[in-house]
Design a protein around this ligand. Structure first.
Ligand SMILES: [Zn+2]
Length: 311
């Protein structure tokens, strides 16, 4: 049978509002929790999907933010406007970033730019998708109500979510593990699977932290993995998921360092990296411009860690 990456196990509902970022609703017998919030311009659809899935008489209790990027937290202020009592959960560093006016300004700008580029790239897959105005929210709702750290737990009644710090993609990245169902939602630090079974990595802050985070996640030994921007990882790939992330990270590093050693500039390495790893927006799960920016920062991060004279 063909693997259905969105066919979730009981009480894990895909409520994604549109292209750009996946969102899941976890329904415990006492509390509910959302994993990530998707892009700002998808918020109306997201809220509609959550309302459809929430059992009668229940509310949204927790909003878990895996990291501070706009494609994972853009929907947060809209969710808080709709469910003011929902508790936004994130790392200390996400909390720190959300308190900075410059971050809030940047999130608003990038969310506005993103709606057009995403809709343009993915329009054939989403038909007449109707988006929310990307800046129709108040910054006061972009905040973390509960800061979490390694091994903190959030009880939903019959299910418990355990926090794992996963820096590397960003300093603020965290992963979520559902203890009873043994389902892991790894942070983007561990990569994103694509429909070809390839791993895509964006090592934006630290290569060494990324490797450490991947190894740590591997030891959780989850029964199910939900890859960011992808969905449930097929059974045959699950045992290899973290090794694939380690191999891909190491391949990127070797690719970048070798070209640096042969005298190429950052821009030239970027051109070669794009030639090698850009497979189109469907397989890279992002518009070209987002891929290019991520590739640029990954190259700088890796060179800073592996070359004798950092950039
Ligand atoms: Zn990200």
């Amino acid at each position: 049978m063909k693997h259905d990456r969105f066919n979730f196990i009981e009480n894990i509902k895909r409520v994604t509002g549109g292209p750009g970022g996946e969102v899941y609703l976890i329904i415990g017998d006492e509390k509910t929790a959302l994993i990530d919030c998707g892009m700002s311009y998808c918020a109306n659809n997201l809220i509609m999907n959550i309302k459809k899935e929430l059992p009668a008489g229940r509310t949204l209790d927790y909003i878990l933010v895996s990291h501070s990027h706009y494609d994972h937290m853009g929907g947060l202020p809209y969710l808080k406007q709709t469910w003011p009592s929902a508790i936004a959960v994130g790392s200390e560093y996400t909390n720190y970033l959300f308190e900075k006016p410059s971050t809030l300004k940047r999130i608003r700008e990038i969310s506005k730019e993103a709606d057009e580029s995403f809709i343009d790239s993915f329009k054939d897959d989403y038909g007449d998708f109707k988006y929310s105005p990307a800046d129709d929210y108040s910054d006061e709702y972009v905040k973390i109500d509960r800061v979490v750290k390694q091994n903190d737990q959030i009880s939903l009644g019959d299910e418990t979510i355990v926090i794992h710090e996963s820096p590397g993609h960003t300093n603020c990245s965290i992963s979520f593990y559902l203890k009873k169902k043994r389902v892991l939602f790894p942070a983007e630090t561990m990569g994103c699977l694509n429909p070809n079974g390839q791993m895509l990595m964006a090592i934006l802050k630290s290569y060494k932290d990324s490797i450490e985070s991947i190894n740590k996640a591997k030891h959780i030994d989850a029964d199910y993995i939900v890859s960011p921007h992808f969905g449930f990882v097929p059974e045959n790939l699950k045992p290899k998921y973290f090794d694939l992330a380690l191999e891909t990270a190491s391949e990127y590093k070797d690719f970048i360092v070798a070209r640096n050693e042969s005298g190429l500039s950052v821009e030239e390495i970027l051109d070669e990296f794009i030639k090698e790893y850009w497979h189109g927006h469907i397989y890279n799960q992002q518009p070209f411009e987002a891929f290019r920016v991520n590739a640029y920062y990954s190259i700088c991060t890796i060179l800073n860690e592996f070359k004798d004279n950092p950039l």
